[in-house]
Design a protein around this ligand. Sequence first.
Ligand SMILES: [Zn+2]
Length: 341
Amino acid sequence: MPRAPMPSDWDTLPDEELLDVRMCDLPLRIEHELADRVEQLRSELRASGLTAHVHFYISDEWFTPDGATAIAIPFYLAHPRLMKLERKQMLEVEGGTDKECMRILRHEAGHALDTAFRLHFKRQHRELFGSFAQPYPDFYKPKPKSRKYVLHLPAWYAQAHPAEDFAETFAVWLTSRSQWRRRYRGWPALQKLEYIDELMQELAGQKPKNRLRTKVEPLSALRGTLREHYRRKRERYDFEWPAVYDRDLRRIFSDDPRHKNKPSAASFLRSVRREVRQIVAEGTGVHQYTIDHVLQNMIDRCKELKVRVATPFRETRRRVMIVLTVQVMNVLHSGYHRIAV
Ligand SMILES: [Zn+2]
């Protein structure tokens, strides 16, 4: 049955109705703030002498299609109503701020140029970054102290795969005032930055070998509803983690009858949930959705243990943040499933 065209006031639909809209029916374009950010990236590339034309289009996630010099931008960044929905569904809007969006765009530009000039076939490239042919892992186990990799996107993303290492290193190189020479002095990662610096000087003004403009999975081809999209997306951020929190929880809270008139630990955790989740996300680079999952497990366990608050509010909150950070780092080291960008 043909669907009715989207009403012009679609952005006033309540969440429940909006979730039933198919992605292909969203009338979105790269405009306003998003267009400004894309233009900023283009001007940064031009300023570095890189004239390869990169195409931008809207899809469901960030990616650069194989074999094309193009960057797909997730739909929610194209409209404030969809950003609001993203936050409700995923607890944070990845790339929602100017700074964060530029970080991801510079990273994607690295992938796009790699494709445009087939850079990963170069011998030196393989020696420095590793073989791009190695399979993409479902998860990776970053070493936070490693100095072989630059730090750009959260969660030590350069360590996810040689292709990501290149995109991250390129992004640091492209970022104006990143002062990479000073920032990475003495780090083995500096060698990769210097290689990119030379390589980009060579490429300045050159026409790319690969100029395919294929748009893989543009928004207009995505027939699924937003509800289906978010169900799949949340599944990807979930994780199986047989955590045992009991010892930690008993250190923070108490089941001593002396505290029987104090608030329950579960209600305390619920009251600080949003604040604590944000702080730990900033500190660890892990998506808030994953952190919230750990918090939910802790809340459930507190109910079973029937523990209560036993120390003053600020002290209890401080201890919760420490325990949560440790648990989140354990999740990270057990293999963090970051959605690839
Ligand atoms: Zn990437």
